[in-house]
Design a protein around this ligand. Structure first.
Ligand code: ZN
Ligand code: ZN
Length: 207
């Protein structure tokens, strides 16, 4: 079964022409994503004939090594999905929905302890990104957003987040950021929604 599948994939031919067994399973997964032969866990699992759980494990390790990133169900070689602020003359792109980041007031910047930086168009995408691209909160040093009314910067972990309010300035469901509970409550009175902490939202979105 394994050999049969091996013969069917170009990557394995490639490997055979080099030294058999040279690539580890993790490297095979990376190769598939890099060459664009597969961009999701199910495909990789089929091609390599290993369980999805194993693929997930390699994917997690590759994400940790900054080799690939994951947006919803799709995997990308790392360089393709990191918004590069320096060499774009227009706006950087959101790390999750790839929308151009135009509204500074909504932008969330996640900085890792190793200095790497992710930018997201809004809190909705930042939460998705933290859950799916980054995964490990311990490797994150700051998650900076801005108060929706005053624009003052603050870490989302200290913010009052208004979830599913009627005001949808970017992605849905919206999550608006407030520094003060009082402001969040006043806004909630007018436009509805539920006030949550960062931890509440993270556990709500987790699946
Ligand atoms: Zn986005
Ligand atoms: Zn957004």
């Amino acid at each position: 079964m394994y050999n049969y599948l091996m013969d069917k994939t170009t990557i394995m031919h490639h490997e055979k022409s080099k030294k058999p067994g040279e690539l580890t399973q993790k490297e095979r997964v990376l190769e598939l994503v890099k060459t664009g032969k597969a961009d999701n866990v199910a495909e990789i699992s089929g091609i390599l004939n290993i369980s999805k759980m194993s693929v997930y494990r390699y994917v997690r390790a590759l994400i940790r090594d900054n080799d690939i990133s994951k947006t919803f169900n799709k995997l990308y070689p790392y360089a393709h999905n990191v918004p590069d602020v320096k060499h774009t003359d227009s706006y950087p792109k959101c790390g999750v929905c790839l929308k151009h980041i135009a509204d500074e007031r909504l932008t969330i910047t996640v900085i890792w302890k190793n200095g790497k930086k992710f930018e997201f168009c809004c809190t909705h995408c930042a939460i998705m990104g933290i859950l799916h691209l980054i995964g490990d909160l311990d490797s994150v040093s700051s998650i900076m957003g801005r108060d929706f009314i005053y624009g003052n910067p603050l870490d989302l972990r200290n913010a009052f987040l208004l979830f599913k309010t009627d005001v949808i300035p970017c992605c849905s469901p919206p999550i608006l950021v407030f520094a003060k509970q009082d402001d969040a409550e006043k806004f909630q009175k007018g436009f509805g929604g539920v006030i949550k902490s960062f931890e509440d939202i993270m556990s709500h979105m987790k699946f």
